[in-house]
Design a protein around this ligand. Structure first.
Ligand code: ASN
Ligand code: ZN
Ligand code: CA
Length: 333
């Protein structure tokens, strides 16, 4: 054991009871994890500028699951960074967001009534609002994974955040954020293909986005059409989210962890799922090897086919289902 490196216990708003990486400095515990690139979590105390104040205390027990305890959302954020770090490291051998061993820090309790979370490359940090009214803090694990994956995209393909490349940038974050949720596999936040399902972002219990049938949110595209690049990037992302769901799980009706999905395709094309792990490996390799800042949907198709060839061989089942899943969302050759 390295001097100062501790394992604390926390109870987050969403993560439930978890262990978190902390640091003992003198007689004070800090919410700082030196086993994962020195990532730490700060309290913005409703402010909007500066780095915030590092969470510290005299015991190594943090939060109580209640929003009113300011440490609870911090436990979610801290755990989310750790889970994202572990996911990328153990799945792809990626050592941090920039693959340089440096951990990102998180700022919670940003502003008042702030209903969003965001990644910022300039501070190499993540920021979470507390939500407003019936909307909970934005610290759910798929959102954490989503935001940090914007950092991974910026460090790799660097997809421009507008037009079709912007939709692919957003989809990469939804795909990898969802993979982080599956990786963490929390009993209090069972993994699914919904984004932000516990936050109550719409006030009626519905999630922010649906990967099996993106149009369920009323705005997102299920399949490609000319002009889809004019949509907000959080809606043009639907095509790639839908592609990923189809590739991983297949078309038609399915129940996963008690959630029912029904993923229709154009022309009723049948897609046979190859599983999440292979689908994620293909997407990650495409992102880090073939996609560039100007990749559009047609080029994303080519990139994932190249990735599938590298990983599983040309003409493999995996390669063929990549092509079929793209056809299922109207992205053709
Ligand atoms: N939460 C949003 C996102 O990650 C923030 C933004 O609009 N960039 O997409
Ligand atoms: Zn995003
Ligand atoms: Ca989710």
């Amino acid at each position: 054991k390295v001097e100062g490196i501790e394992t604390g216990t926390g109870q987050g708003v969403f993560v439930g009871n978890v262990n978190i990486g902390t640091t003992l400095s003198g007689s004070t515990y800090q919410m700082k994890d030196n086993t994962r690139g020195g990532m730490y979590t700060t309290n913005m105390n409703n402010g909007t500028s500066g780095n915030g104040t590092l969470f510290t205390k005299s015991t190594d027990t943090w939060g109580n699951g209640q929003v009113s305890n300011k440490e609870s959302a911090a436990v979610d954020a801290h755990y989310g960074v750790a889970a994202t770090w572990d996911f990328y490291k153990n799945t792809f051998g990626r050592n941090g967001i920039r693959n340089d061993g440096v951990g990102a820090y998180s700022r919670v309790h940003y502003d008042t009534g702030y209903v969003n979370a965001f990644w910022d490359d300039s501070c190499f940090c993540m920021t979470y609002g507390d939500g407003q009214g019936d909307t909970h803090p934005l610290t759910e694990i798929d959102v954490a994974g989503h935001e940090m994956s914007h950092g991974v995209t910026a460090a790799t393909a660097n997809l421009n955040y507008s037009g079709e490349s912007g939709g692919l940038n957003e989809a990469t974050s939804d795909i990898m954020g969802t993979m982080v949720e599956f990786y963490a596999n929390l009993p209090s936040d069972t993994p699914d293909y919904l984004i932000g399902e516990l936050i109550n972002i719409n006030g009626d219990g519905t999630p922010l986005r649906y990967m099996d049938k993106p149009s369920k949110d009323g705005q997102s595209a299920d399949s490609w059409y000319s002009g889809v690049g004019n949509l907000d990037v959080h809606y043009s992302s639907g095509i790639a989210n839908h592609f990923f769901y189809l590739l991983a799980e297949g078309s038609g009706a399915k129940v996963i962890n008690g959630v029912s999905y029904n993923s229709p395709t154009v022309n009723n094309i049948t897609v046979t799922g190859i599983g999440r792990d292979k689908a994620a490996a293909i997407w990650y390799r495409a992102l880090t090897t073939y996609m560039t800042s100007t990749t559009d949907y047609a080029a994303a198709r080519t990139a994932t086919l190249s990735a599938a060839t590298d990983l599983y061989g040309a003409g493999s089942t995996e390669y063929n289902q990549v092509a079929t899943a793209w056809a299922g969302v109207n992205v053709g050759s």
